[in-house]
Design a protein around this ligand. Structure first.
Ligand SMILES: CC(C)(COP(=O)(O)OP(=O)(O)OC[C@H]1O[C@@H](n2cnc3c(N)ncnc32)[C@H](O)[C@@H]1OP(=O)(O)O)[C@@H](O)C(=O)NCCC(=O)NCCS
Length: 372
């Protein structure tokens, strides 16, 4: 079918369920089909979605009306994120970054250019939609599991990404002095807000390099999206356990009351018997100004030990910390963390709607919180 006869549009409720059923084996293998559909359904009612932040898309025939029989040729979803941009003139602007996720073509439709057509139309739609109305769409981001080339053809240029990886511990960690576990969802809101304020201030005062700087913000709805997905999967995989095993840990300096904290989420690509497929991700590591190098080491040791131990208890084989800054990376490696420059899986890519090529951009703080 020629690309001119195809459109991207919103699926009906039934079509949406069909797309979920198609992706279950690939992205929800740890859950039964019924649980997977329920998780996706519930995701439509979390704060991010309620605030207009989540949109489902399908590619179908332009001539076939919604409600009637029409083919689902490819599908995906977008999640709105907040982004800051500092131009080469040093001026900071704020807008929307559309995260793209769950790009999927049913096996029988593959290799016919449908996903490519969908991505090209999506790129135009996202850039245009916001120009006309709700504020400014600055860019779109995604994390590719299929290499760097496919999405680059439709405008999403690949960026380098790395992480430090720690193996899970099979022994319970003791909570060291000056460290507390963050175990209620409610306790996280003030920390997420504090983090957003820290990043905004750092972005404003960052030295302007030769490139346009782009940073996604870790705002509350986005962090909740990660945690509520985790909560659902956790309840389904471990029905007999408490829902909240801890969402992070915080170190407070006894000398200055300055803090280091991390929030995390467990992600299950496998079942509880396949810990090698499951990962506990540090969504974000926050180091307040005024923390000394020695305090950073102590904090990192305590926080990663707790995370690694939790990973071990909750069927995750490893802990990943994405794109740490140089100082944190060195401290994490000194603790035995393995540095990995990612060439496969979760490769970040950015489609820039502004002026100038994407090569002119520097994407900073590309940590796991931004992922979708
Ligand atoms: C990836 C996917 C969406 C492509 O859908 P499609 O409609 O067949 O895509 P198109 O026909 O437009 O393009 C096919 C291209 O994708 C490439 N591609 C597909 N799967 C790939 C993979 N795993 N790794 C690298 N490239 C891949 C093909 O090689 C082909 O490239 P070519 O045109 O240079 O030959 C589809 O294969 C799919 O649903 N896969 C499972 C889900 C998935 O992995 N989604 C991506 C998550 S980031």
């Amino acid at each position: 079918m020629s690309a001119q006869n195809l459109i991207i549009t919103a699926p009906t409720d039934d079509e949406r369920v069909k797309t979920w059923a198609g992706t279950h084996q690939l992205w929800g293998a740890a859950l039964t089909l019924e649980d997977y559909l329920e998780r996706e359904r519930r995701q439509l009612d979390i704060p991010l979605a309620r605030n207009g932040g989540l949109t489902n898309w399908i590619l179908t025939e332009a001539a076939s009306p919604a409600g009637g029989p029409r083919p689902i040729l490819s599908s995906c979803e977008t999640l709105k994120k907040k982004v800051l941009v500092k131009g080469k003139d040093g001026k900071v602007t704020e807008g929307t970054a559309h995260g793209v996720a769950s790009v999927f073509t049913q096996p029988e439709h593959r290799g016919k250019g449908y996903a490519s057509t969908m991505m090209s139309q999506l790129s135009e739609t996202l850039a245009d939609k916001e120009k006309a109305s709700e504020g400014s769409a600055i860019c779109s981001v995604l994390w590719s599991d299929i290499g760097k080339k496919f999405y680059a053809r439709s405008g999403w240029q690949p960026f380098d990404s790395n992480h430090v990886e720690f193996p899970a511990l099979q022994t319970p960690a003791t909570t060291p002095e000056n460290i507390e576990i963050l175990d209620s969802l409610e306790s996280l809101a003030p920390l997420v807000e504090a983090d957003e304020a820290i990043l905004r201030a750092r972005f404003d005062s960052a030295t302007q390099g030769s490139k346009i700087q782009v940073a996604l913000l870790p705002f509350l709805d986005q962090i909740h999206w990660h945690l509520l997905r985790e909560r659902f999967v956790s309840q389904s995989l471990f029905p007999e356990r408490p829902v909240s095993p801890g969402h992070g840990a915080i170190f407070t300096s006894p000398a200055t009351a300055k803090r280091v904290w991390s929030l995390w989420t467990r992600s299950y690509s496998g079942t509880v018997d396949q810990p090698e497929k499951n990962t506990l991700y540090l969504l974000r590591l926050v180091v307040e100004d005024g923390i000394t190098d020695a305090e950073l080491e102590t904090a990192l040791q305590g926080i990663t030990d707790i995370a690694r131990s939790l990973a071990g208890q909750w069927a995750c084989g490893k802990v990943e910390m994405w794109n740490p800054d140089e100082k944190t990376k060195a401290a994490a490696q000194a603790l035995g963390g393995k540095y990995i420059s990612r060439e496969e899986g979760s490769l970040p890519a950015l489609n820039w709607f502004g002026k100038g090529p994407a090569e002119d951009l520097e994407w900073i703080w590309s940590e796991k919180y931004a992922w979708c």
